[in-house]
Design a protein around this ligand. Sequence first.
Ligand code: AMP
Ligand code: MG
Length: 354
Amino acid sequence: MKTRIVRVRQNAETFTPREDADLRSAGELIRSGGLVAFPTETVYGLGGDALNRESSRKIYAAKGRPSDNPLIVHICRLEDIREIASEVPDVALKIADAFWPGPLTMILKKADKVPPETTGGLDTVAVRFPSDRTAQKLIEYSGGFVAAPSANLSGRPSPTIARYVEEDMDGRIEMIVDGGEVGIGLESTIIDVTVTPPQILRPGYITREMLENVLGKVDTDVTILKADSGQAPKAPGMKYRHYAPKGELTIVEGKPDAVAEYINRAAEADGRNGEKTGIIGTRELLSEYHADVVKCVGNRGDEETIARRLFTVLREFDDENVTKIYSESFETAGLGQAIMNRLLKAAGHKVIHV
Ligand code: AMP
Ligand code: MG
C-alpha cells in the first residue's frame, strides 16, 4: 500500500480549501474502512472507524498490537458520548465539563453498537474528546467515532512528529496528516468512571491534583508507578513494555552530583565495551555529562517541556543508533507522575539508586 502524506496545520481556526479537501478525503478513507494517522494535542493517533470491527482489526495489525489492548474512541461532540456509552454517570459529566475537549480519556460502560474488537473484548469503552480542531474536523468527516491509538508500532515511543509516524507506518496505512510537532507530547490521562471513587489508570497531562480539585477523592491504579505490585493493571495496555527506544535504558536516581558521577562512569565503561552511549539530562546537569550523545529534555522545573520532549528524545537516540542510554529520574507528583510513568515503562523499570 502507498501511504499518502498531506500537510494540514494542527489546531487550525479555519482551513484553506486545500486543507479542507484533504481532511474530507481522510474522513472518506476512514468511513470506507481505511486508516489515517493524524495529530492531536497529545501525540499522533492512528485513526479508523471505531464502529467498524474490520477497521479495529486493521489498527491492531498495522501497529502489531496485541488484540486484548483496547482502543480509545475519539468523538467531536460531547452529546455523542451517549451513542457509545450505555450509562453516563454524573461524575462523567463533571469531568467533561472541566476537562473536555482535552487530553483526558474516560472509561464508561459500552453501548452495544461498539464492536468488541474496538474494546479488546471488554464491556467498557474508552472515550476522548480531543481539543485539537484539526483532529475534531477529521473526526467529524469520518462519521464521528474514530478509534485512535498512538500511531507507533506497538512498544515504540509514541510519535510527536509526522516523520516518526512515517518511520513506523509507511506502507501500512492509507494516509498521514502531517500537522507538525504536537503540543503535549504524552498520551491522555485515563480515568475509570465506572468505579467509585473514580480511578486513574494512566497518568497524563491532566494530573491527579487537577482531577481532585473537581471531584474530591480520586484513586490511582497501584500498578502505575511500581514494577512489582503483583497486580494486573486495569488499563490492559499498561502491562506491556512500552515507549521503548531500541537502546537499553537505565534510570539513575539520587542526589544530582552522585547521579552525574554514576552515569559518567557507567557510560565510560560501556564505551570501552564498544557500546554507543547516550544520556538524557536536565539543563542544570548537562555540562557535567560525558557520552557519545547527550540530550537535554528541558529545565528540571519545566515539566511541560520535559513531557513534550521525552518521546522525541527517545526516538532521536534510535536515529543515532545509541545502544546504552542513562536518564536522570523525575518527580512523581503532578505532571512528573506521567513523565516518570512513561520513562519507567521505557526502561522496563530498570532503576539504579545511587
Ligand atoms: P493508546 O491508544 O496507545 O494511547 O493506548 C490506549 C490505552 O487505553 C491502553 O493502555 C488501553 O489499555 C487503555 N484502554 C482502552 N480502553 C480501555 C478500557 N475499556 N478499559 C481500560 N483501559 C482501556
Ligand atoms: Mg500507545
